[in-house]
Design a protein around this ligand. Structure first.
Ligand code: ATR
Length: 299
């Protein structure tokens, strides 16, 4: 079995399943894709459920996602996960669930006969992670999403609106992206009070401190030497602080928050929950969460 397959391998079953025990029926598509943790989680869940199928990594160039879906369906795949940079591109090639349409991205596809159905499990996975990590419902929280102009931030901001969060602060370096997001969300979710801010807004600290939950969805904290995305004045010790980054497990933001006494959690819980929800789109009624948690821990 190859560590990474390409579009060319989707030409035939002979190429795809050469010297493999089980047929490839699931994949994660992205570019690059070698780092993806999805195969560990999903293969473990397939094995525990006794399903004789392989889950593979597929490196697909931008612009080729539609062709990859067409070939997977022809080869009788059950489904696939979709990651950067294809989450928008695949939307033109599948029937998109209304929640995924609102979230603006598809990360899970199920092949049903002639149809490819697109779902988003990142948003619901985030909501479940908050509930499990902090023992509160997402709907009960006033939320500040930091880096809300990026792909992950937009999905999380939209999920907050979908569950009925009353107050939502969106912070981003590039304000234009937030104004576009606000234009999309405000008419759809009039019950949510949405405020957009840049990092140099004089009310930033006051607005952040007023929130129950702070979520970093920016890439700041990924690289060693990165600063905390927020200064100390934006935090108070009774808040929940979630960082979607899970490597490193404690980002400078989480370190700062822990020092102030905040409850903190990292994006590992969201990663596992979005995976479990994707698996459940393929196999309704299963409960792969613990298996996926174990598989990631031992990787
Ligand atoms: P995407 O998720 O769309 O691929 P990205 O380039 O990975 O985007 O960036 C994700 C988020 O991190 C964005 O909100 C980005 O801010 P901009 O919209 O202003 O680019 C944010 N981000 C990245 N580097 C940053 C930095 N040094 N300071 C503040 N925000 C930053």
């Amino acid at each position: 079995m190859k560590p990474v397959y390409t579009l060319a391998d989707l030409a035939s079953r002979d190429l795809l399943d050469f010297q493999c025990d089980h047929p490839a029926r699931f994949a994660v598509i992205g570019h690059p894709i070698a780092h993806s943790a999805s195969p560990q989680m999903h293969q473990a869940a397939l094995d525990v459920a006794g399903i004789p199928a392989r889950y593979i990594r597929l490196d697909i160039e931008p612009g080729q996602a539609g062709e990859a879906l067409r070939r997977m369906r022809a080869l009788e795949f059950t489904g696939c996960n979709v990651t950067v940079p294809h989450k928008l591109e695949v939307m033109a090639h599948c029937e998109v669930h209304p929640d995924a349409l609102a979230l603006g991205a598809v990360n899970t596809i199920r092949f049903d006969g002639d149809a490819s159905r697109g779902f988003n499990t990142d948003g619901p996975g985030f909501a479940q992670a908050i509930e499990d990590d902090f023992q509160v419902t997402l709907a009960s929280q006033s939320v500040a999403v930091i880096g809300a102009g990026g792909g992950a931030g937009q999905a999380i901001a939209t999920q907050c609106c979908l569950v009925g969060v009353k107050k939502l602060i969106l912070v981003n370096r590039t304000l234009d992206k937030l104004n576009m997001l606000l234009k999309r969300l405000a008419p759809l979710f009039p019950q949510t009070d949405i405020i957009v801010l840049s990092f140099d807004d004089p009310t930033l600290a006051m607005q952040c401190v007023s929130c129950d939950l702070i979520v970093n969805t920016s890439s700041v904290g990924l690289k060693s030497g990165d600063p905390s995305i927020l200064p100390q004045e934006c935090l108070r010790g009774t808040q929940h602080v979630y960082d979607t980054i899970y490597q490193p497990p404690v980002t400078p933001l989480l370190e700062l928050a822990q020092g102030l006494g905040c409850q903190t959690a990292n994006g590992r819980s969201m990663l596992i929950r979005q995976g479990a929800l994707a698996f459940q789109h393929w196999f309704p009624g299963t409960d792969p969460l613990r298996t996926m948690e174990r598989a990631l821990r031992s990787s």
